[in-house]
Ligand binder design. Structure first.
Ligand SMILES: [Zn+2]
Length: 388
């Protein structure tokens, strides 16, 4: 089905009030990527940079001199999708777009544009204030010309064995609201390692808010005509998830607290049997990423991490695509980080509880320093306490 070309990103959807996008402990939480800003302000723009910083361990992995940009790669975005393109950037396009930014400067990108003049971290020539990018490399801010910004490269895939060689099941759902205890499930998917996909389209019995439709493309008409009644679909989904848990198969969910809490709440709402989440093995690539990349600056939505870890995301915010990408992302992170891959999945589940709590506390102290009245849940993967 055609989901159109509108820009739909998780920060707008998932951070509001609660840090729902599972964002990031770090000074630019809720920051908007250059890509997203370009799309927001100049929806027709064709050229963006997708990568804004790099860390020392990644510099070592670069196939060119440390920090040197590869001028033959750029990222183009068409109809809301990005692709790395080889070839020269059309002259002047990027600086023209940036100058448009300055007329309506969004605060979120203060880290992105260099506030101060300085020497370019790559070529050594002067970068005047406001015309380049400020990039944090290993805790230190450098200025770069736009063409000189280093490209962020994930650590190489290792040869170690681990759980990434075993079956896991990707799990994702889309709902009516960003709050998992209030949302009604509209679609859900389980994607198995052999490629088998189970999908549900459900009629929640309430109307779908316009911003939710804008995000995942599912309309009231679609669920009225093609969706299963909510209770019937949820019974089926709950049974399928419970069976995977009983079989000890890890479930991979990106920002798992949303999916797990929403399913848990919906089952209770409809009087359906509860899932024994204490026995579940959940793998959350968002939590893994923050654990292995604690210094990451910038957006870390599913699409951002898929680009970084070289995972295909077919249609963002479509449950089966997101579920498949989540599973691939978890495998790709494990393939690149032996210490993650070698953990027994049930112990990895336990470890993520602690990692998530720590990541959330960092995010909370960031919000507190900013004077923002937001409460971040520290519970993973099931939120049982209200946050406010
Ligand atoms: Zn330069």
């Amino acid at each position: 089905m055609d989901r159109g070309g509108s820009v739909r990103n998780r920060p707008e959807w998932r951070t509001n009030r609660i840090g729902r996008e599972c964002a990031p402990a770090g000074p630019d939480d809720e920051s908007t990527t250059t890509n997203e800003l370009l799309q927001r302000h100049l929806p027709k723009s064709g050229v963006v940079k997708g990568f804004n910083n790099v860390y020392s361990e990644h510099l070592l992995a670069l196939t060119r001199p440390s920090g040197a940009a590869d001028p033959t790669i750029r990222t183009e975005r068409h109809s809301g999708r990005s692709a790395a393109i080889r070839g020269p950037r059309p002259p002047g396009t990027y600086s023209k777009i940036i100058s448009r930014f300055h007329r309506q400067p969004p605060q979120e990108i203060s880290e992105m544009i260099n506030k101060y003049a300085g020497r370019c971290g790559t070529c050594g020539a002067q970068v005047e204030a406001g015309v380049g990018q400020a990039v944090n490399v290993d805790g230190r801010w450098n200025s770069y010309h736009h063409a000189c910004v280093p490209i962020r490269v994930a650590p190489p895939v290792g040869r170690h064995a681990g759980w990434h060689d075993l079956p896991v099941v990707g799990f994702d759902l889309e709902g009516t609201l960003p709050e998992p205890t209030e949302t009604r499930i509209i679609s859900a998917a389980l994607v198995h390692s052999d490629g088998t996909t189970q999908e549900w389209l459900t009629d929640p019995g309430v109307s779908i808010p316009a911003d939710a439709t804008a995000r995942h493309g599912i309309t009231d008409e679609m669920v009225r005509s093609g969706g299963q009644p909510a209770r019937e679909a949820l019974a089926d989904l709950g049974t399928a998830v419970a069976k995977l848990i009983a079989d000890g198969i890890p479930l991979v969910a990106f920002c798992a607290p949303y999916d797990v809490t929403a399913l848990h709440t919906e089952l209770a709402r409809h009087g359906l049997p509860a899932i024994d989440w204490d026995r579940a093995v959940i793998i959350d690539p968002s939590v893994l990423h923050k654990e292995v990349e604690p210094r990451w600056y910038g957006s870390k939505q599913l699409g951002d991490l898929c680009r970084y870890y070289e995972v295909t995301l077919e249609t963002a915010h479509e449950a089966a695509s997101d579920a498949r990408a989540a599973a691939d992302l978890a495998r790709s992170i494990a393939a690149r980080h032996g210490r993650i891959a070698r953990m027994r999945p049930d112990l990895l589940h336990q470890a993520q509880i602690g990692w998530y709590a720590e990541q959330s506390r960092d995010l909370q102290s960031y919000f507190d320093r900013q004077g923002r009245d937001e409460t971040v849940s520290t519970q993973w993967p099931l939120e049982t306490k209200p946050r406010d």
